[in-house]
Design a protein around this ligand. Structure first.
Ligand SMILES: Cc1cc2nc3c(=O)[nH]c(=O)nc-3n(C[C@H](O)[C@H](O)[C@H](O)COP(=O)(O)O)c2cc1C
Length: 200
């Protein structure tokens, strides 16, 4: 089982990244291979509405291929004016409509304010549901994010580390359940002949 961690902040020393690193540890402990997609390293262009396959060049082709070949995701974003970052939404806009069909997504979001990042989580859930993903009911909202981690990125708020580890474990657990219930592994969808009901 492979989990792709998508970091929706482009900031150095991002608190979203700190939170995702702990969730990724949970996924790793549950037996997953973990791979990272840091939006700041992907050099993605803006989606301008073109839909032809090769419109955007190699960075977008690689990004789409990484999503296509992965079955489970941990996605995190800071709250930017009550929503996810523009860079994360743009990265999602560059994908094909079926990119997340039948795939498991776990969400976390961070905010500077006391109210946390529930608006961002609700909007991410809405977008991923729209894209056909199975979005885990468990999610983590982190208010006052700058105070929630120390300089090394360790969670200092009571209970937060366990919450994030649990998110990572659950993504793997439910992705396995999906895979065990007739869900074709990534890269094989649409190939071969689907099993029919058999002779009567
Ligand atoms: C453009 C912008 C908009 C923001 N909007 C909000 C907001 O609506 N609510 C909030 O609590 N924090 C807001 N913040 C603060 C960030 O959510 C907070 O600093 C977060 O920890 C940044 O995540 P990062 O450390 O992963 O980059 C905003 C920050 C920026 C740069």
């Amino acid at each position: 089982m492979q989990v792709l961690v998508v970091v929706g902040s482009m900031r150095e020393r991002s608190t979203t990244r700190h939170a995702l690193a702990i969730a990724a540890q949970g996924a790793f402990e549950a037996g997953a291979r973990v791979d990272w997609a840091d939006l700041k390293d992907l050099a993605l262009p803006f989606c301008d509405g073109r839909t032809d396959r090769d419109a955007y060049g190699p960075a977008v082709t690689r990004w789409r291929e990484r999503i296509r070949s992965t079955d489970a995701f941990l996605v995190g974003s800071p709250e930017y004016w009550g929503s996810m970052t523009g860079s994360l939404k743009n990265a999602i806009d560059l994908l094909e409509a079926e990119a997340f069909h039948g795939k498991m997504v776990g969400l976390l979001a961070v905010a500077r304010g006391d109210a946390g990042a529930m608006n961002t989580l609700n909007q991410l859930r809405h977008v991923f549901r729209w894209m056909g993903a199975w979005v885990l009911p468990t999610q983590v909202s982190i208010p006052r994010a700058r105070e929630a981690f120390d300089e090394e990125g360790r969670a200092v708020r009571p209970g937060l580390e366990e919450e994030l580890l649990g998110l990572g474990r659950e993504v793997v657990r439910y992705a396995r359940l999906l895979a065990g219930n007739g869900h074709a592994p990534a890269g094989t969808r649409g190939e071969g002949v689907p099993p029919g009901p058999g002779p009567k």
